[in-house]
Design a protein around this ligand. Structure first.
Ligand SMILES: Nc1ncnc2c1ncn2[C@@H]1O[C@H](COP(=O)(O)OP(=O)(O)OP(=O)(O)O)[C@@H](O)[C@H]1O
Ligand SMILES: [Mg+2]
Length: 246
């Protein structure tokens, strides 16, 4: 049973047709590599799944049936979490504060409710531990490497019982060693039964960690197939248009 489906999803921004009748199926515990050139519509597609804006036409279908999201919190309530291309972390706060940003734990009652820092540090430590990340809850994000920042953003997606995690170019701006760490984080999510969509321009990353590849060109899906039945050469051809479809 698929955890999420897109059915004939289109999106117009004024005169620009960013997505054109896109169909997609996501199974639990799989990693789907979403590839395509700049402007192909990758971020737009995941933003629709995450409830940033509705499609101009078409449907999002979850296990319980079709859904309409008006804002991201509604998608999150259904177990869909996104890590944006620009991460959207607060650099001056700790790892734990970022994990809980907007969903802070409180203690006490009535007018005496205060932030429960201990609980948030403890839960963050558990999440980093689960993800086998070295990140410490009290570290300030400003002083972290790109890979550690990704770990914070990914830990955030595990606060609630997420079923789908959407990652928009998590390995674009980080060092080789950190890329390996982020790919490991993705494998941990998959092992916990989460369906992961990995947007990436990096062919080695997609072929290392993805079960299927989904290629877009100018708002159209041009391929969706098991990674074992494709090759970096074929995917490159699909992205550039040298190969029409596969
Ligand atoms: N909020 C917006 N308003 C207007 N046009 C937009 C908006 N968001 C995206 N677009 C347009 O939609 C198209 C698809 O953009 P999108 O960001 O989805 O591409 P992408 O595949 O993520 O590219 P990249 O690899 O550069 O991140 C582009 O032509 C872009 O200019
Ligand atoms: Mg993008």
């Amino acid at each position: 049973m698929s955890v999420l489906q897109l059915h004939n999803v289109s999106k117009n921004f004024g005169a620009i047709r960013a997505l054109n009748d896109v169909n997609l199926t996501l199974e639990p515990g799989e990693v789907l590599g979403l590839m395509g050139d700049n402007g192909a519509g990758k971020s737009t597609l995941v933003k629709i799944m995450a409830g940033n804006f509705p499609p101009s036409s078409g449907q999002i279908i979850l296990e319980e049936g079709p859904v309409v999201f008006h804002k991201p919190v509604e998608a999150r309530q259904k177990g869909i979490e996104i890590v944006y291309q620009d991460l959207a972390l607060c650099n001056n706060l700790t790892a734990a504060a970022n994990v809980f940003l907007g969903r802070e734990l409180k203690t006490g009652f009535g007018p005496f409710r205060i932030l429960d820092f201990k609980a948030m540090y403890d839960r963050s430590a558990e999440l980093f531990n689960e993800l086998k990340s070295e990140t410490r809850p009290r570290d300030v994000v400003r002083r972290m490497s790109g890979g550690q920042r990704q770990a914070v953003a990914i830990a955030r997606t595990r606060l609630s019982n997420s079923k789908v995690v959407l990652l928009d170019e998590p390995t674009a701006a980080i060092s080789v060693r950190q890329v390996a760490e982020v790919l490991d984080l993705i494998r941990r999510l998959r092992d916990q039964g989460v369906a992961v969509v990995l947007i990436s321009h990096r062919m080695p990353d997609v072929f290392a960690v993805c079960d299927r590849v989904f290629v877009m060109r100018r708002g159209n899906k041009v391929a969706e197939k098991p990674i074992s039945q494709s090759s970096p050469e074929e995917v490159t051809g699909l992205i550039t248009g040298a190969i029409h479809a596969a």
